[in-house]
Design a protein around this ligand. Structure first.
Ligand code: FE2
Ligand code: FE2
Length: 315
């Protein structure tokens, strides 16, 4: 176990610890000499760093485990580490659990709950489609481990499964409000809407975006995966096929949020808004959690929400 974690670092503290080097940007001064802006990560978060003497940096690359010494200082109301030395650390000197953020929930339970929702689906084609994924061991393994994002919402191992279950819970009583909804279609599309994320991210030393993720993104990857599985199910109804594929393509809800199609029927619209709700609540809850206890009424300016978050919990 590490003795110093990112979320516990304080201004003025001396750091002697292992981290993942998660970003490295080399900058030049006017006289041609160079310095580097860095970022360090562990399972609790990320912190920026700076190294004034580029020679000290050696050959370390982004994604490497490193041992650093330095001082935590506050610059523009943010903590950063001024590095005095940095050296690579081999993989057998680290404990992987120290570096990758994990879900707070028990993922076995999360998966069992997801399967319980899926068991409500009786339509034989949708059922076959769900089984074709969940009963494939390789898929199930990746689905339960995959993060929901690199930085924003559910950015930890198991995040995809937790996010999927949250939306399933949100639709669990949808028929009471919208009785015209095809709930089985909604359950199936919710399970499948983000499955492209299992190939969008890599999570060896840190959560990162894969080449496939950078070039295609999870909407296109997921569309391809579901399309392939449907093609293997004889006589899968044309309308159902179009609806599920449309729900994957339209779930981000806006062109500028990466959806090539906008939702064109109620179940697609519902999936989009619940997906959006769960993502945004998770981001705000994280901002709330990381700022609480600092005796501040407001968080720092939050770049995603473009506003400060009110932190007070009342008297
Ligand atoms: Fe998505
Ligand atoms: Fe999602």
């Amino acid at each position: 176990m590490k003795s110093q974690y990112v979320n516990e670092l304080k201004s003025g503290q001396l750091v002697k610890e292992k981290f993942v080097l998660s970003k490295k940007i080399i900058r030049s001064r006017k006289d041609g000499s160079k310095f580097a802006l860095l970022e360090f990560s562990d399972r609790t978060g990320t912190i920026e760093g700076i190294i004034w003497d580029i020679e000290q940096l050696g050959s370390v690359s982004t994604g490497d485990f490193v041992f650093i010494t330095g001082n935590v200082t506050e610059y523009q109301q943010k903590l950063e580490i001024v590095i005095s030395s940095i050296s690579p650390v081999s993989e057998d000197e680290i404990e992987p659990d120290d570096f990758l953020p994990q879900a707070e929930q028990d993922i076995d339970e999360v998966m069992a709950d997801i399967e319980e929702f899926c068991a409500m689906v009786k339509n034989k084609y949708l059922k076959k489609l769900i089984d074709s994924f969940l009963k494939e061991p390789e898929f199930a393994k990746k689905f339960r481990t995959s993060p929901g994002a690199k930085k924003l919402h559910h950015a930890y191992l198991g995040g995809l499964a937790v996010h999927t279950l949250n939306i399933l819970k949100l639709i669990s009583h949808i028929e009471l409000v919208y009785p015209f909804c095809n709930k089985e279609l909604l359950i199936t599309a919710t399970l499948l809407h983000d499955i492209g994320k299992i190939y969008e991210y890599t999570y060896k030393n840190m959560i990162d975006i894969s080449t496939q993720g950078k070039m295609l993104g999870h909407i296109v990857i997921g569309y391809e995966m579901v399309s392939e599985h449907i093609n293997k199910i004889p006589e899968f109804p044309r309308d159902l096929r179009l609806k599920i594929l449309h729900m994957i393509l339209s779930h981000h809800g806006e062109f500028e949020w990466g959806s090539p199609k906008l939702p064109v029927f109620p179940e697609a619209l519902i999936l989009h808004f619940l997906d959006n709700l769960d993502s945004k609540v998770d981001i705000m809850a994280k901002a709330f959690k990381t700022n609480r206890g600092k005796e501040k009424e407001w968080s720092d300016y939050h770049p995603y929400f473009e506003r400060e978050i009110y932190l007070s919990e009342g008297d």
